[in-house]
Design a protein around this ligand. Structure first.
Ligand code: SAM
Length: 268
């Protein structure tokens, strides 16, 4: 296989995606935390590279006393921040490497939350265990059957509970992953929902990231039984010079980089 075939767009089922992403996040955990850990903090809830914080946005509603599930938690900074606000969080992630960083950050900060290694498609909790579920870029962009993920989160939420998640804004998939001028020209079809795949010389996926259109996401949420409360598209703050992968001030001034879906499981 030549170098060009190492990056492709093709369908990948959840078994292959799970295997690829667990290995990728395990291998990348140290580098990811070295690059982004400072921006994310040890005890902080940052929704996106634009820097929107839950402390300001309050998308989860009242959290004090609430049982909160952080799905695809990475180093679990959000869950630790929630604990400092009086919530009762549990944080899960597929990757032992990312959870190792969660353990280290708990030691550093002195804020400890329960951690579990689990696939978001098979959450190890009884029905209606949580009042709130959330994730900042965890799990949702990495599973093929995202409709099943929505149903799984719906199952573990109590009626009236809230599910809030951030993902790369679907319109970003039209552009190259380039924070500079090269990332300002539309080159891909928005309607091509085959995932971005990196694969080894045998054609086995080593990293998989999924694209859904805005309509796909809304449809999957509604089919799972959620009500869409808000769709937040954080703007790029004045003076924010940070670059995170394809997120940059240049692009952030022109179009959204993040979509945050705020949803509720109806009460009755
Ligand atoms: C971009 S990180 C986001 C984590 C954290 N919020 C942050 O900002 O660093 C994505 C996380 O999703 C996790 N993940 C990927 N697929 C998953 C799955 N199927 N179930 C649970 N977690 C998953 C990865 O292991 C990784 O820790």
């Amino acid at each position: 296989m030549d170098e060009d075939n190492r990056v492709t767009r093709r369908r990948v089922g959840d078994a292959e995606a799970r295997h690829a992403n667990r290995r990728w996040w395990d291998a990348d955990a140290d580098a990811y935390q070295a690059e982004h850990g400072h921006f994310l903090g040890d005890v902080d809830f940052v929704w996106c590279p634009e820097g929107l914080r839950e402390a300001d946005a309050r998308l989860l509603g009242e959290v004090a006393g609430r049982r909160v599930l952080e799905v695809g938690c990475g180093a679990a900074a959000c869950a630790r921040w929630l604990a400092t606000q009086g919530a009762r969080p549990v944080a899960v992630d597929l990757s032992a490497g990312m959870l190792r960083h969660a353990g280290q950050a708990a030691e550093r900060s002195g804020v400890r939350v329960p951690l579990a290694q689990a696939d978001a498609l098979a959450l190890p909790f009884a029905a209606e265990t949580f009042d709130i579920a959330c994730t900042a870029f965890g799990a949702v962009p990495f599973v093929d059957d995202s409709a099943a993920l929505m149903r799984e989160v719906h199952r573990v939420l109590r009626p009236g509970g809230r599910w809030v998640f951030s993902v790369t804004h679907p319109m970003r998939w039209v552009f190259l992953d380039d924070p500079g001028e090269g990332g300002l020209t539309a080159v891909h079809s928005y309607f091509d929902t085959r995932p971005y795949v990196e694969q080894d010389e045998r054609g086995v996926a080593s990293y998989v990231e999924q694209h859904r259109t805005l309509g796909d996401r809304v449809r999957e949420l509604v089919a799972a039984g959620f009500r869409l409360v808000d769709l937040v598209e954080p703007d790029w703050p004045e003076g924010h010079q940070g670059i995170w992968g394809q997120w940059s001030p240049l692009r952030g001034r022109l179009f959204p980089g993040t979509a945050i879906f705020v949803t509720e499981k109806p009460a009755g």
